[in-house]
Design a protein. Structure first.
Length: 265
């Protein structure tokens, strides 16, 4: 059975975070090694490594936090802070549900184009490429996807936008070819507070099943700003978040681009 991801995928994932000067590189590498040494299935290791990366900004707000159990399930992580055992449940809020499938398809196309470029000449093409696409881009079938992969490949090879690629910029990277979607700030891209409240309600239902040995259990809701399905510009009706009722001891909303954190409870 073919793997749905490779070690290279994860290296690229971590490498993209390395480009952010705010990455807590040493603890992150240590946590990734611990996950690697665990008995988890490869798929679960990949998921756990991706989740702990999302908590990088959280570690800046709580520099004394030390993760002790990285492979538990309910909650996702157990940490120590001020002599307290803290359970941390992590969940991502999706702002654009309709874009989730689109993003998944885009990521698959990016990976195929990366493979083509690296097979041809990794040293020549290494870098991080941020691509902007025309709004009418189609990938409903395999033929269209293959055509788009070739457009991406040729755009990078010739260093100019071709086919479905509208714009392109490149950042330095010393190891690999990494292709991602260009981040475009939409001043009116709102995240409805209702979506956050709905997530809290769902997690509240599961609270009785979490590890009871912890002193406190925190809920961390993340907007992954590197994801076109998750990013936002502002939270609509933010004041409604202060009305939340929950058994969680603390609830935070975190965005991982600038590291802004909102204390909900």
């Amino acid at each position: 059975m073919k793997k749905t991801f490779s070690d290279e995928d994860l290296i690229k994932n971590l490498s993209l975070y390395y480009m952010n000067r705010h990455l807590k590189k040493k603890p992150m590498e240590k946590y990734h090694r611990k996950i690697d040494e665990s008995l988890l299935h490869d798929r679960e290791k990949y998921r756990k490594k991706s989740e702990i990366l999302l908590l990088n900004s959280f570690m800046h707000h709580f520099p004394d936090v030390k993760f002790e159990d990285l492979t538990c399930e309910s909650p996702d992580f157990i940490a120590k802070l001020n002599d307290k055992k803290i359970g941390i449940e992590l969940t991502e809020v999706i702002n654009h549900l309709e874009m989730k499938k689109v993003e998944s398809t885009l990521n698959k196309m990016f990976r195929q184009a990366e493979i083509l470029l690296e097979q041809e000449d990794t040293a020549k093409y290494r870098g991080v490429y941020f691509l902007e696409f025309y709004p009418n881009i189609k990938f409903d079938n395999i033929e269209q996807q293959e055509e788009n992969i070739l457009s991406i490949y040729r755009s990078i090879k010739k260093n100019k936008p071709l086919g479905c690629v509208k714009g392109m910029r490149k950042s330095f990277h010393r190891r690999n070819v990494f292709i991602t979607h260009e981040y475009s700030m939409n001043l009116f891209d709102e995240l409805c507070s209702e979506k956050i409240l709905e997530l809290i309600d769902k997690k509240n239902e599961k609270f009785p099943y979490y590890d009871t040995s912890v002193d406190e259990c925190w809920l961390v809701i993340v907007s992954d700003m590197n994801s076109i399905a998750s990013r936002y510009t502002f939270i609509q009706d933010k004041e409604h978040l202060q009305e939340v009722k929950s058994p969680f001891h603390k609830i935070f909303h975190l965005e991982n681009l600038c590291g802004n954190i909102t204390s909900i409870k």
